[in-house]
Design a protein around this ligand. Structure first.
Ligand code: SF4
Ligand code: SF4
Length: 354
């Protein structure tokens, strides 16, 4: 669907030059990993029917590519499919691209990205003569991918990358809590013509004012947002958010500020880079339950789910492995210890009152 309003308030964006326009609400491929194959089929089918045509997955998201491929492989060329790889060498990424294509049931992928380029040294590896970008250029010549992109959690590094190579699109975290990309990277992307994809646009499911948040990021230069979705209701709600992309007024801005104050800095975006935990803790799910317990005050709901887990907060051995891998430097040993102590204190308080 093409529309011709102001770029910030249009429902579609020209994310990749020469490709079909993308609905500004795309779909990320992390939560779909949790669904059965039949549920994933249903959610993806609903997404396509609702007009979503940009889908982003990754080699690293277990069976996400394959689940996308089951549905989207039949929808070519109505959809744009992106994937990404952590491989930093040319030969390794060429092997990954073959695996991706098999999973996607397609003979090409629209956008292939260097996944989470995290430092200057990492960027050097990717751009080396035998690095991942050289491999992707070869794959592009062979028609196996159409555009080369880059993703990262540090917009400053991705901005450096744009100075070194004409990536067709950049993918970084962007929501009203995480605005680093808006200072330098997005203006640089605008100048170079690179598309801007917002990952974690709803803070890993933590942001409640989702409609206001989408309006905020689209007004700040994001072309396409890719929230993960694991239900048909989420698909419908996210697409409906495009019905109003008007700039925020003062009262709405104040509501976002209140949400910011409520969430604080210590929240998990559910990216799962910290996994696996050697002790078997489901780290991101424990963050979710913590939120439900303390932020949303759904204590019984959270306790019921905690009771069904083999390992919880108290089982953290404080090894620090996850802290080193978390792009947001969340201190799991500290957060989990504090969470467990507070829940125990609550229970004691509840028992004393009862
Ligand atoms: S610090 Fe705790 S949660 Fe993190 S990896 Fe170690 S045991 Fe697992
Ligand atoms: S703890 Fe950090 S790495 Fe793990 S899921 Fe949350 S944000 Fe991602």
């Amino acid at each position: 669907m093409a529309d011709h309003g102001h770029p910030q308030t249009r429902r579609t964006a020209r994310l990749l030059p020469g490709a079909i326009e993308a609905l500004r609400m795309g779909m990320g491929g992390i939560p779909i990993q949790r669904l059965s194959a039949s549920d994933a089929d249903r959610v993806l089918g609903k997404a396509v029917d609702a007009g979503i045509n940009f889908f982003d997955t990754a080699r690293g998201y277990t069976d996400s590519e394959a689940k996308f491929g089951r549905v989207l492989g039949r929808r070519r060329p109505q959809v744009l499919i992106a994937s990404k790889s952590f491989s930093r060498g040319a030969d390794d990424i060429l092997r990954d691209i073959e695996t991706t294509l098999g999973n996607l049931r397609s003979d090409y992928v629209d956008l292939y990205q260097c996944h989470n380029v995290a430092s200057e040294a990492d960027l050097e590896r990717v751009l080396a003569p035998d690095g991942a970008v050289a491999g992707m250029l070869r794959a592009r010549e062979q028609g196996k991918l159409r555009y080369i992109g880059i993703s990262g959690h540090k917009p400053r590094i991705v901005a450096r990358a744009l100075e070194r190579f004409p990536f067709a699109a950049v993918q970084v975290p962007a929501n009203f809590m995480e605005t680093d990309a808006m200072a330098e990277l997005i203006p640089a992307a605008r100048r170079s013509g690179a598309g801007v994809i917002a990952m974690k646009p709803v803070g890993g499911g933590n942001i409640r004012e989702t409609a206001l948040n989408f309006r905020f990021i689209f007004a700040h230069g994001v072309d396409v947002a890719i929230p993960g979705m694991d239900s048909e209701e989420q698909v419908a709600a996210n697409v409906a958010a495009l019905d109003d992309l008007s700039p925020l007024n003062e009262e709405e801005t104040a509501r976002l500020q209140a949400e910011k104050d409520r969430l604080g800095e210590r929240f998990c975006r559910r990216c799962e880079y910290c996994m696996p935990c050697p002790q078997g803790l489901p780290i991101s799910f424990l963050h979710v339950l913590r939120n439900y317990y303390f932020v949303y005050d759904l204590k019984d709901w959270a306790l019921e789910r905690l009771a069904g887990l083999a390992k919880t907060y108290k089982d953290c051995a404080a090894c620090g492995e996850c802290v080193a891998k978390c792009p947001y430097h969340l201190d799991m040993p500290e957060i989990f210890r504090e969470t467990w102590e507070k829940i125990q204190a609550d229970r004691r308080g509840g028992a004393a009152q009862g």
